[in-house]
Design a protein around this ligand. Structure first.
Ligand SMILES: *Cc1c(COP(=O)(O)O)cnc(C)c1O
Length: 424
């Protein structure tokens, strides 16, 4: 009997908790000898594949030389290498790099930078605009700027107020633009968005032109534009950043997940020179007040530097394009299925909604589907009745086919009502 309290897990349901002992590429191997295909990149982090030799070697090498060093007023090679590597491939306007440990902290840092910017300029704007159905992490600030719902009902009394801009669903973009214009006019510190696809909100996609229009409205009103590319970064959407497809550059950019190729935790918040300048003075009270014990941990930075080297030396975007093509082809099959109500694809991320009496995250379909996929040797974790496939870029054709075949089986079982939690 384990003492471990797992995240996003209802232990009262007694669902099995597989014990993984080894991973390689898109594969996981369990203590009881099973081979499992990782269809969700271990919660959206693994890009090049598990235990990529260059990343694993960089971690081992760095761990033997410098494990950890305070980062307030000190620096080290791997952090400098990551900063230089990011400068080489990220938008030139994002001149400054602040390190933290997770996507949630990258978002907290972004929000604090935005408020610090306005305070130090003597114009204390503090209202944050957010996009409906958004997700930005599970700390209090990150939850505050994310969608309210069952995930955070117990904590709601502590969450700060935000203004929510309606999601720009296809055909409803003008309502989004009107609301954004109105809220920007009323005065706001920043607008935080997931570019092109809202992950935890159900893999909801919107048009690059809409992202470009939203960015333009913010620029017009001086509202800082925060792009949370924690999930969309590092090739997921078909390009290095989702923002690229809209031809925009945010004022603040959050990156994590694939920053180390998904091997170890690390995050960065990148900012423009204007945001840096607002914190620059001879007055210590104007400095940026944020730190965590492991800020820019050298071992994590060595993994990120290896990831950046892989992006430099290897045809990563070709692999992304190949996977995106295979995903689009695979998604065509379930598209007309009677148990499938909608499909969506963006780059390497493909999603479909299964017909359900009780859609939403707590749909009973979720646990039933997880068990079905595990039986088929697959790690998939539907968001309620939304099944998505987001594998590492190295996944083999047969393994990808196995995922889509199991999804097809699930749809069939829902259509013939032999699935618990399904309609009927
Ligand atoms: C996962 C995610 C986060 C939170 O990242 P953690 O590392 O889990 O804290 C924030 N924003 C987006 C868009 C994410 O997908």
């Amino acid at each position: 009997m384990s003492a471990i309290w797992h995240p996003f897990t209802q232990h009262g349901l007694g669902e099995p908790i597989p014990h993984v002992v080894r991973a390689e590429g898109a594969l996981l191997f369990t203590a009881d000898g099973r081979r499992i295909v990782d269809g969700i990149s271990s919660w959206w982090v693994t890009t090049h594949g598990h235990c990529h030799p260059r990343i694993s070697a960089a971690i081992a090498d760095q761990a033997a030389r410098l494990d950890q060093i305070i980062f307030a007023g000190w620096t080290h090679g791997p952090a400098e290498e990551v900063a230089a590597g990011l400068a080489a491939i990220m938008p030139a306007e994002l001149t400054r790099v602040f390190f933290s440990d997770s996507g949630s902290t990258a978002v907290e840092v972004a929000l604090k930078m935005a408020l610090g910017f306005w305070r130090n300029r003597g114009e204390p704007r503090h209202r944050i605009l957010v996009l409906e159905h958004g997700y930005h992490g599970d700390t209090i600030g990150a939850m505050s700027v994310g969608a309210r719902g069952v995930f955070n009902r117990a904590y709601e009394p502590l969450l700060f107020d935000v203004a929510t801009i309606p999601f720009p669903a296809g055909g409803a973009e003008q309502a989004t633009m009107d609301a954004l214009e109105r809220e920007c006019r009323a005065g706001a510190a920043a607008f935080i968005v997931e570019p092109l696809i809202l992950g935890a909100g159900g893999m909801l996609t919107y048009a690059p032109e809409t992202l470009a229009r939203m960015r333009a409205v913010c620029a017009q009103h001086g509202v800082l534009f925060i792009a949370d590319e924690v999930m969309t970064g590092w090739g997921r959407t078909g390009t290095l950043l989702g923002a690229e497809q809209a031809g925009i550059v945010p004022d603040i950019l959050c990156l994590s997940k694939g920053l180390t190729g998904g091997a170890v935790p690390l995050a960065v918040t990148m900012a423009t020179e204007a945001i840096w300048d607002a914190h620059l003075s001879r007055d210590r009270a104007d400095m940026f007040f944020h730190s965590s014990s492991y800020t820019a941990n050298p071992v994590a930075c060595a993994a990120a530097a290896a990831n950046l080297a892989i992006w430099r030396d290897e045809p990563v975007l070709d692999r992304v394009a190949a996977l995106a093509g295979a995903q689009a082809e695979a998604l065509a099959a379930p598209s007309g299925h009677p148990a499938v109500s909608a499909t969506r694809i963006l780059g390497t991320v493909a999603a479909l909604d299964l017909v359900s009496d009780a859609p939403g995250y707590l749909s009973d379909l979720g646990p039933a589907l997880r068990a079905h996929f595990l039986d088929a040797g697959l790690l998939l974790r539907p968001l309620g009745n939304t099944v998505y496939v987001m594998p590492p870029y190295c996944i083999g054709a047969e393994d990808l086919a196995a995922i889509w075949s199991a999804i097809g089986d699930a749809a069939n079982r829902i259509a013939d009502r032999s699935f618990s939690g399904a309609r009927g």
